[in-house]
Design a protein around this ligand. Sequence first.
Ligand code: HSE
Length: 433
Amino acid sequence: MEKQNIKLGLLGFGTVGTGVVRIISAHQEDLQKQTGLGIEITKILVQNAEKSRHISSVDSLVTTDANEILQDPEIEVIVEVIGGIHPAKEYILEALERGKHVVTANKDLMALHGAEILNKAQEKGCDVFYEASVAGGIPILRALVEGFSSDRITKMMGIVNGTTNYILTKMSQEGAEYADVLKEAQALGYAEANPTSDVEGFDAARKMAILATLGFRVPMKLEDVDVKGISEVSKEDIAYGKQLGYEVKLLGLARRDEEAIEVSVQPTLVPKSHPLASVNGVFNAVYVHGEAVGETMFYGPGAGELPTATAVVSDLVTVVKNRKLGVNGRGMVAPYKEKVLKDNSQKLSKYFLRIVVADKRGVLAQITQLLADKNISLEQVIQQPYNNEGEAEIIMVTHISSKSDMDSVLVFMEQMDIVSKVKSCYRVEGGDK
Ligand code: HSE
């Protein structure tokens, strides 16, 4: 006789784990109607069995021994919401080895060891889904894999880190300094005590590596992603950006021209008229351009208990439906395209430049000549007095230039007597190209 319930082991009972328990219990009837089977959480791995929890109804299910879950032949699916690489990776590989399907929210693991995990899953005929790993509650991975399967994606731009978007939004709306907003965000619990992974762009880089792999069907690695965080973005950068018609965002960019690909995370100026410029606070958004469909954008919460848990439980629904159909392990499309990475001469964009110069006759001419020598022309320029010591600040937005040309301009500028400091240089994206 067909079983009535599919048994599930939950690894981790923090914020997302608690959300998974809540959603499964609140939507049990609907889930059963959609899949034909009930989803029954039979064991929950915790670090400390004595700790008091928000949901006491599952107290009897907790264990501190992972083997009780991994070695239980009745458990068909594990949900990993512990996070980090170890021991999550070992638990997942062992579960797959034993023929269990896996749902995980672990972006670090999937960005760094995704290929190994997916290969093991394929070998064992198991499902591995990880929708919650990128942009929390936004169903973007499924959209890339299924919704865009008939199209050719050329560009993805993502605001995929809520912490940095919260900081940049506050800086923009209140004219505040980075360090002050970071402190406030930490006090409110929006930013971690050690904020490095978020503010230096590493968290976003992991998510962009996953998006690029699925969107372009190539095996992107984390080290293929150029990363620069927001810790050097100043309130002046944001104010001048605004004056010129832009907002500053920590933007993940994955772009392909012909077959050559670039993936980066960096502070980027986005025109105020672009929908990404209005993505504020802790919200996430992913803009996807497909050759046939044109522009699309996905917007929503990038983290949080229930949003992230919805992604996890939707993955579970897919596992259960696949099981009903007898097609587990067959839905994955491994990256099948060769990876061709752009060199810096192929990475094209407009740039925002802010430099401090001697306020003397002919200085602006020398700067524009240097740019012209590198084939870079200017779209917008502002000059402002900088201090009482005879210095001025020049703020420019260039027309399209290559990264290699811009890099060599920066090297020359640093050496020029008339330039006392190159304050900032950021890409400008989201215009009409
Ligand atoms: N630290 C992440 C963020 C949480 O700020 O968006 C979700 O991965």
